[in-house]
Design a protein around this ligand. Structure first.
Ligand SMILES: Nc1ncnc2c1ncn2[C@@H]1O[C@H](COP(=O)(O)OP(=O)(O)O)[C@@H](O)[C@H]1O
Ligand SMILES: [Mg+2]
Length: 217
């Protein structure tokens, strides 16, 4: 599903976020990217959904060369990827329901289908009762759950989740991780970035540990 060959990312002012990363993530894998704050986890995910381009190296996602993807092809790539952003990126003028349904409206589904699918994911994150609220009326944890619901509503083949349980209490965090595991068992590739190495190791799946932009085991 994902191949990184000698991927290096240097931001402006010479800040090196990733340094010569070589990674292979297979279709249907569940992978944790762990590492301390500033290690390069978010950059790793941003490269995969083409939010930013590698400075050098080759990156393939689903067989597509993302390192040289034209901007007009980025929306097509993203259509098959569900991203839970570290900072949520909710639309603050829209209700919870509309934040989630939006992803389905752009692919022109019939409204009955949009309603059905949106309610289904609201149920998964236990937020049906907040469907008409606006993001600023929600707690950080609730906003994070909206971000998760939006990422999964499209049935993506690849889920990229950046610290998706960072604002959740232990019970809800476990529910969300279980949901990702179940989705993964149904064939979806799931990549979760977390600074919690112990938790990742406990899940017993593929763990990639990064520190200062390099893979350290
Ligand atoms: N847009 C940016 N411009 C400049 N430096 C950045 C940018 N984004 C991240 N960085 C730097 O790159 C490094 C890795 O950041 P990041 O990928 O966000 O790490 P993590 O998600 O593991 O905390 C850090 O030193 C960070 O300050
Ligand atoms: Mg991060």
């Amino acid at each position: 599903m994902i191949q990184m060959r000698h991927i290096t990312k240097v931001y402006e002012k010479g800040i090196q976020a990733l340094n010569d990363i070589n990674v292979e993530i297979g279709r249907g894998e569940m992978v944790f990217i762990t590492g301390p704050s500033g290690a390069g986890k978010t950059t790793f995910l941003k490269l995969i959904y083409a939010e930013t381009k590698p400075t050098s190296g080759l990156l393939f996602v689903g067989g597509k060369n993302v390192s040289s993807l034209a901007s007009r092809d980025v929306p097509y790539l993203r259509r098959r990827i569900g991203v839970v952003y570290q900072d949520f990126k909710l639309l603050y003028q829209k209700t919870v329901f509309e934040n989630i349904a939006f992803a389905l409206r752009v692919i022109s589904l019939p409204s009955a289908e949009i309603y059905k699918r949106t309610i289904k994911v609201l149920n998964i994150v236990e937020l049906t009762h907040k469907k008409d609220a606006f993001p600023h009326q929600l707690s950080g944890g609730e906003q994070q759950r909206v971000a998760i619901a939006r990422a999964i509503v499209n049935d993506p083949v690849l889920i990229l989740a950046d610290e998706p349980t960072g604002n959740l209490d232990a019970g809800m965090a476990a529910n969300i991780m279980n949901f990702f595991m179940e989705t993964n068992h149904q064939g979806t590739t799931v990549i979760v970035a977390t600074h919690n190495k112990e938790k990742a190791l406990k899940m017993g799946t593929h763990v990639i540990h990064v520190d200062s932009g390099q893979i350290v085991g």
